[in-house]
Design a protein around this ligand. Structure first.
Ligand code: ADP
Ligand code: MG
Length: 693
């Protein structure tokens, strides 16, 4: 039995610990600093550091590290022990305020997109006191931002914090203009649902593709996939439940609000959802969740696959970014209340979001672009590459009637009584739409296009900034208006009329929608190389600059880093395929053909015919030749694209040339897998990988 409340947060230097252990004035000053977003008085840092160190040592820590989120997408840490020599051969444990608030890791080996030249290798990390320090692997981890020597952002955290400030500032202006002057801060909140696969470690070890790329690059469809729909919410097998129990416990210790766990659609696929938190904390916690998932899986002789598309033919994994904004007075600004048609504040924020999404479709799209996620977006399992908003019938009906000047006479929630013994409940006024990339789900928006490996910071930077930008414009109008309440309604009606093309309540997977979206002039950026160059569209550059989120240089750097990353990922996948096809698959087929040939010859020597052997031999020969030829094209392709100048051009070529050749090679090899015996095939099959845990 676990006492969860007692276990929860035991490895976190949280508010409760600070209140108990810090001198009262220090605690109050720190709280004020966090709440106002001002920088910390260095005099306080020494006191906090000393208290933190004692607490950490009591909890088994020997080291500390600044914990940051460089552009690799994963977290980075460099441990320093607390030891300090006494001069007599002994040590004491030391941790100064300076060490707490400021670090200088060598930045030269992190992607910088040209922001940092090697002669300025220094980067700075700076404590983010708005996210609690915690203990992991005997190290006190201090969440930090990471910037270059000259102050440019090198990480995912800094722009997120800046975007949070931007949306808070503009939302507060709007609320003040509407008379809600008690509000002093507005927080973006996020709950990130995380999908993942679990497979057996011993099988994983036998697949170079899983080891090097996180996904299978070959694999014929197993006899059974997800067609019986028997895995989603199915009962959870013992080995998986043992993993989940362990995972929840570790996450709870780290203060992560792990809440929901269940089987997902594909065999071997599962999901974890936390209770939402402020977006910077939600980001840190999602990074921790992914890391802990991998670690705990290993402990159970499993491997947790976070790749967006580990297996062809069954669903891939995504991450649902549930996003809302709430005032520090406690109210969720996206809560429609019982009568949304009279809730001006709600309608104002809602239409601000519609406009933001419509005007910056490209940013939302590119914030979810990656080589891995290209396998999902646009396929019939994940939202399409076209960004649109699902509002549902009720909200759409309200906005439509406002636009046409009528009063709303729509559907109301009704009482549902399904059987006498079952308590009655009120039906929702809108159904769910599981095909929409950006769906209103009652009191929040669910951005469903994120890939499972993603750091959620970037999509939220886009959302926060784009919405802040519209709110700024709304606030200007409201403050200038003689009658702000009346002006608000006018803004709602006008904004909806101007941006209703972004609203789509139908089936996003249908071909009709692709055509309809084109007619509406919505973007359809199908691949990562197509999407990323939109980062530096002049309107986007201007918007980020207006809100102090990114400079033009910083955006250009990000664009370059992401394009480069795409090229690198495809290149690694191509080289892995070349290796597996050339050293494992084709040789295995040749060996098997030899044994077929000798079997046929032996039979013929005895006067038998050998039609089966010959037929098999012929078919295997045909596909082996096809594989061999595709392998050669792929090898040539990887060499050819290497020399292309410019990341955008090179990324496009990696897609058009290398990725296309990878597909051909896979197609031939997947047929070969179905033609040769199990004991000849040189790696575990989909059936084994997906159904053995
Ligand atoms: P689903 O059916 O998609 O699982 P849930 O209602 O369970 O929907 O919520 C999914 C996620 O949304 C959870 O992580 C939850 O904490 C989060 N969520 C709920 N309210 C908010 C909010 N106001 N802001 C951000 N996230 C929220
Ligand atoms: Mg969901």
């Amino acid at each position: 039995m676990t006492n969860v409340p007692e276990l929860f947060g035991t490895l976190v230097f949280n508010d409760k610990v600070m209140k108990e252990r810090l001198p009262k004035e220090t605690y109050t000053a720190l709280k004020q600093t966090v709440e106002s977003g001002a920088s910390l008085d260095p005099a306080l840092a020494n006191t906090i550091a000393a208290v933190m160190k004692d607490w950490a040592i009591e909890h088994g820590a020997t080291h500390y590290t600044h914990w940051f989120q460089p552009m690799t997408g994963i977290t980075a840490e460099k441990h320093d022990s607390f030891i300090s020599p006494n001069g007599d051969g002994t040590v004491i444990m030391n941790f100064s305020g300076k060490e707490l608030i400021h670090g200088e890791p060598d930045a030269s080996s992190f992607p910088s997109g040209g922001l940092r030249s090697t002669f300025e290798a220094r980067g700075y990390t700076a404590w983010d006191p708005s996210s609690y320090a915690f203990i992991k692997d005997s190290a006190l981890c201090i969440p930090t931002a990471f910037i270059s020597y000259s102050g440019q952002v090198l990480d995912k955290k800094t722009p997120l914090l800046r975007s949070m400030r931007a949306i808070s500032k503009q939302a507060v202006r709007v609320l003040h203009a509407l008379g809600e002057t008690a509000v002093s801060r507005v927080n973006a909140t996020v709950g990130a649902e995380q999908e993942y696969f679990l497979i057996d470690k011993s099988l994983w070890k036998k697949r170079k593709d899983l080891i090097f790329t996180g996904r299978t690059l070959f694999g014929a469809r197993p006899p059974k996939g997800q067609e019986l729909e028997d895995h989603y919410f199915g009962n959870i097998r013992p080995r998986v439940i043992a993993f989940m129990d362990d995972l929840d416990r570790e996450l709870w210790k780290l203060g992560v609000l792990a809440k929901t766990r269940h089987n997902e659609v594909a065999p071997a696929q599962h999901e974890l959802a936390p209770i939402f938190a402020e977006v910077n904390v939600a980001t840190d916690h999602n990074q921790l969740t992914m890391e802990v998932m991998k670690k705990i899986a290993d402990r159970h002789d499993l491997v947790c696959l976070l790749h967006e598309k580990p297996f062809a033919g069954v669903n891939g994994s995504g991450k649902h970014n549930n996003w809302s904004i709430s005032a520090d007075t406690g109210s969720n600004l996206l809560d429609p209340g019982k009568t949304p048609e009279t809730n001006t504040r709600f309608l104002l924020f809602l239409t601000a979001i519609l406009k933001a999404v419509d005007e910056h479709q490209d940013l939302l799209r590119l914030s979810v672009a990656s080589a891995g996620n290209d396998h999902r977006l646009g396929a019939n399992e994940a939202p399409p590459a076209i960004i649109s908003v699902f509002l549902g019938d009720e909200l759409t009906g309200i906005l439509e009637s406002m636009q046409s000047g009528k009063t709303y006479a729509g559907k109301k929630s009704s009482k549902m009584q399904v059987a006498e013994s079952i308590p009655a409940f009120m039906s929702d006024t809108t159904d769910r739409n599981r095909t929409s990339p950006f769906a209103f789900t009652g009191n929040k928006f669910e951005f469903r296009s994120l890939g499972s490996t993603f750091n959620i910071a970037c999509p939220n930077v886009m959302l926060n900034t784009a919405v802040a930008d519209v709110l700024a414009e709304f606030a200007d109008r409201l403050t200038a208006a003689a009658d702000p309440a009346k002006e608000a309604l006018k803004i709602v009606t006008e904004t909806y009329a101007a941006h209703k093309r972004i609203v789509f309540n139908g089936n996003n997977y249908s071909d009709e929608w692709v055509k309809e979206a084109e007619k509406r002039g919505l973007l359809n950026l199908k691949t990562t190389p197509e999407a990323l160059p939109y980062y530096s569209r002049p309107e986007n550059l201007a918007m980020f600059a207006r809100h102090g989120v990114y400079t033009g240089e910083e955006i250009k750097a990000r664009e370059e880093i992401l394009l480069e990353n795409y090229c690198k990922v495809i290149n690694i996948e191509a080289l892995t395929m070349i290796d597996m096809a050339g050293k494992q698959i084709i040789p295995a087929c040749i060996r098997y053909m030899a044994s077929l040939a000798s079997a046929a010859a032996a039979k013929q020597a005895l006067g038998f015919d050998a039609p089966t052997e010959k037929d098999l031999l012929q078919r295997i020969d045909e596909y082996t030749r096809a594989a061999h030829a595709a392998l050669a094209r792929l090898s040539d392709g990887t060499v050819q694209v290497k020399g292309i100048e410019g990341n955008a051009k090179q990324a496009a070529a990696y897609h058009d040339v290398v990725f296309a050749a990878m597909r051909e090679l896979r197609a031939a090899c997947d047929v070969l897998e179905t033609l040769v015996p199990e004991d000849v095939w040189p790696m575990p099959t989909y059936a084994e990988l997906l159904f053995s845990v």
